[in-house]
Design a binder for this molecule. Sequence first.
Ligand code: AHR
Length: 512
Amino acid sequence: MKKEILISALLMASMSLSAQKTATVKIYPERGKQIIPKEIYGQFAEHLGSCIYGGLWVGEKSDIPNTKGYRTDVLNALKELKVPVLRWPGGCFADEYHWMDGIGPKENRPKMVNNNWGGVVEDNSFGTNEFLNLCEMLGCEPYISGNVGSGSVEELAKWVEYMTSDGDSPMANLRRKNGREKPWKIKYLGVGNESWGCGGNMTPEYYSDLYRRYSTYCRNYDGNHLFKIASGASDYDYKWTDVLMKNVGARMNGLSLHYYTVTGWNGSKGSATKFSKDDYYWAMGKCLEIEDVIKKHINIMDKYDPQKHVGLMVDEWGTWWDQEPGVKSALYQQNSMRDAFVASLTLDVFHKYTDRIKMTNIAQVVNVLQSMILTRGKQMVLTPTYYVFDMYKVHQDATYLPLDLICDKVDVRDNRTVPLVSATASKDKEGIIHVSLSNVDTDNTQEVSIDVSNFKVSNVSGQILTSAHITDHNSFENPDIVKLEDFKDAKVSKGMLKVKLPALSIVTLTIK
Ligand code: AHR
């Protein structure tokens, strides 16, 4: 019998044994030290498919309801999520983007061809001012991804000056001429993207030297302090991290990492909505492998930087499935309960390593890969992933509470093992504890016993995201198949909080 078939058979046998399983959680509030930076909940917006044009931006003359050109429905949905930081303009696009084409009167802006993503023609009507004004409207930090691959040191240096200088300088005056008197505050600056690939196919040694050169001229103007992020490794490329840490070290504030839950880079990546249980469990295994990958990159960083001055920035992560059939927009994919679990499980992992991980950005915010929001003309739907981010926003800037979890596990394809329950906990500034629990099991309820004997509990409430089938998703025809509901199945008795998690459910509890 082939190994894969054997694993599937074992999986099915273990699934059909019982309808209710048990798991235990022990939380340690007294050991909570580390803050979960709100930037762990970062988003990413690239000029790719209909993320910017049609997704975020429709222009003031559009018949789609808009606020100064930004889609009002998308704007409101994102405000609800409390987006802390937004990365722009790419991705691969960033290393072919020439920012000066996207400023000034719109009628004078040259058109461009988006060579990375289908050769579509863009009119540059969404540029620096439009992006930074959007960040102000959302109340989030901008994260600018600079062009190192095909740009110049001068071009990047002038971009920083345009955005942040308050002096009587050429670029600050150009900004004033374009209607913005005061500079913006820019904290996060990416010096290139995927410089090992679409960002220039460089070696880590060559990129290290370029990083040192480019970053030298990205100045801190008028009280603005840049947090400079070097282009980091993809997945299992530990050599990249090693060379960057050795050759660049403390000259960077952050080093990025990209990790996608994807089956491979060639051929079909599988449908976003038509998949088997086996495919689903494989995705859980692949997404959880990020923990091992993170640990290995962190170990290398610790070797060169034991004081943890340099942050690990997972500035691209999420699922990558086949483009939705019949939709022309590049990398447009549907989003099911499977994606919701990839989000909750991955966020649970990030929470554990925030002494090193300072930001992450799910790819991407609207209409691209594992998005929060899908749009079609005037219509908008919120995805299951959106609801996870909504439910988890309580963890932003809260103190991470370590916990122990004991639960059943299942062996899945590619020699991975998946725990059937995932959990994370934090304590916010008001002293309220939030616990998020995911029951990954497709068939069985999990009764989770949380030992609360070491903290006071007077009230427990919660929200749940669940659906009957793992392939369930929200479409323009049926936008509310998967949505948040109140959760009532948590009861305290004798120092134990008993939580009944239905199969395929994600819950966040508020414990006061
Ligand atoms: O997010 C889509 C693409 O994936 C980005 O442009 C690139 O950085 C990565 O390979």
